[in-house]
Ligand binder design. Structure first.
Ligand SMILES: NC(=O)c1ccc[n+]([C@@H]2O[C@H](COP(=O)([O-])OP(=O)(O)OC[C@H]3O[C@@H](n4cnc5c(N)ncnc54)[C@H](O)[C@@H]3O)[C@@H](O)[C@H]2O)c1
Length: 318
C-alpha cells in the first residue's frame, strides 16, 4: 500500500472506522476517503472527523450510488468497516441490519471485483460463533450465530472467502471480539458511563455480572487491521481480542477506581437476547501469522477512554 494510494474506509464516521482513518493519516497516507450513512454515532458526527480525510455520505445498500462513487474515485484498498454493529437493534430491525451488513457487503465485494480493488479487509464479529463450544474461542469453533447481526456478518465473511477462492480477490476477515475506547457509541463502557453520569451512587447491570469479555483497546484493533491489510496473507480469517478476559464485576471495579466512586451495584439477573455468557478469543493465529500483540492494558485503555469522555463532556462524575 503506497502512501498516495486511495484508501476507502467504509463506516469512517463510526468508532473503529474513525480511528483507522486517524491512524492512516498519522502514518502519512494522503488519500483517505470515508463512506458512511451517519446512522451509527451517538456523539455528533463532528467528533469523529479528521480534517485531512474526504467524507462522502452514502448508504452501502444503494448499489447505483456506490457504483457511481467507485467510478468517480480511484480506490485501491478498502477497510470495510461500515455496518450496523448493534446486536439488539439487528433483532428489532432485521431489514436495516440486512441492508447494511449483508446487501452492503455484497455490493462492496462485487464492486471490488468490477473496479479491481487490490485488497479488502472486512470487519466481522465474534457473534458469528454464537454460543461457543469451548473457550478461548479459536477460528475453528463452529459458526452458529444466534442473532440477525451474527448471521448477516457471517454472510459477509463467507462472501469474502468465496470471492478470494473463486475470483482471486485479495481479502481477509477480522472477527472482532470487544473493542473499546474513545468515541465508542454503545456497549458496556458507554452504558456504564451514561448510567453513572445520571447517578454516581448506583449502577444497574444487565445479567449477573459474571459475563466474561475479552476487551481490545481500539489502537490495538486498528493496528491489527492495518497489519492484516499489509500482510501477504489472503483468504484468511483472524480473531482479534485483547487476550486478557475479565468479567463485568472486575470491569466495574476498575472503572470505579478510575472515577474514584463507589456505586451500589444491582444486577438484573436477565440479559438481552443474543448475549453470550463467556466470550474470549484465541488470538494465537493473528499473533503467529501477523505478529499481533495487544499493547494497551485494560486499565490503561479505560483511563484513556474515560479521559476522552470527560474532555468531551460526556461524563461529569468524579
Ligand atoms: N466495537 C466492537 O466491539 C465490535 C465488535 C465486533 C464487530 N465490530 C464491527 O466493527 C465495525 C465497526 O463497529 P463500530 O463499533 O465502530 O460501530 P459504529 O456504529 O461506530 O460504526 C459503524 C459505522 O458504519 C456506518 N454505517 C452503518 N450502516 C451503514 C450503511 N448502510 N451505509 C453506510 N454506512 C453505514 C455507521 O453510520 C457507523 O458510522 C462494524 O462492522 C461492527 O460490526 C465491532
Amino acid at each position: 500500500m503506497n502512501k498516495t494510494d486511495q484508501i476507502l474506509v467504509t463506516g469512517g464516521n463510526g468508532f473503529i472506522g474513525s480511528h483507522i482513518i486517524d491512524f492512516l493519516i498519522n502514518n502519512g497516507y494522503t488519500s483517505v476517503i470515508s463512506l458512511d450513512n451517519l446512522s451509527g454515532s451517538n456523539y455528533g458526527n463532528n467528533l469523529n472527523v479528521n480534517p485531512q480525510c474526504k467524507y462522502v455520505y452514502g448508504d452501502l445498500g444503494n448499489l447505483a450510488f456506490l457504483d457511481k462513487f467507485f467510478s468517480d474515485n480511484q480506490i485501491s484498498y478498502i477497510f470495510h468497516i461500515g455496518a450496523n454493529g448493534n446486536v439488539p437493534y439487528s433483532n428489532d430491525f432485521p431489514t436495516v441490519d440486512f441492508n447494511s451488513n449483508a446487501a452492503g457487503t455484497f455490493n462492496i465485494f462485487n464492486l471490488s471485483l468490477k473496479y479491481k480493488i487490490k485488497k479488502v479487509v472486512f470487519a466481522s464479529t465474534a457473534a458469528v460463533y454464537g454460543v461457543p463450544e469451548s473457550t478461548p474461542v479459536s477460528e475453528n469453533n463452529p459458526l452458529n450465530p444466534v442473532s440477525n447481526y451474527g448471521l448477516t456478518k457471517l454472510y459477509g465473511e463467507k462472501l469474502a472467502i468465496a470471492y478470494y477462492h473463486t475470483y482471486g480477490l485479495n481479502c481477509n476477515v477480522i472477527r472482532i471480539f470487544n473493542t473499546y475506547g474513545p468515541r465508542q457509541p454503545r456497549y458496556v463502557l458507554y452504558d456504564f458511563i451514561k448510567k453513572l453520569n445520571a447517578n454516581k451512587t448506583q449502577l444497574e447491570v444487565f445479567g449477573d455480572g459474571e459475563q466474561v469479555r475479552d476487551y481490545a483497546y481500539v489502537s490495538d484493533t486498528v493496528k491489527a487491521f492495518y497489519d492484516v491489510m499489509l500482510s501477504e496473507k489472503n483468504g484468511e480469517v483472524y480473531n482479534i481480542s485483547g487476550g486478557n478476559p475479565i468479567n463485568l464485576k472486575q470491569l466495574i471495579v476498575i472503572i470505579s477506581e478510575i472515577l474514584k466512586i463507589d456505586p451500589v451495584i444491582t444486577y438484573t439477573g436477565k440479559s438481552w437476547p443474543g448475549d453470550i455468557k463467556i466470550l474470549n478469543g484465541d488470538i494465537s493465529k493473528i499473533k503467529r501469522e501477523i505478529g499481533f500483540e495487544p499493547k494497551v492494558s485494560i486499565k490503561q485503555g479505560l483511563e484513556k477512554s474515560i479521559e476522552w469522555f470527560k474532555e468531551n463532556n460526556y461524563i461529569s462524575v468524579s
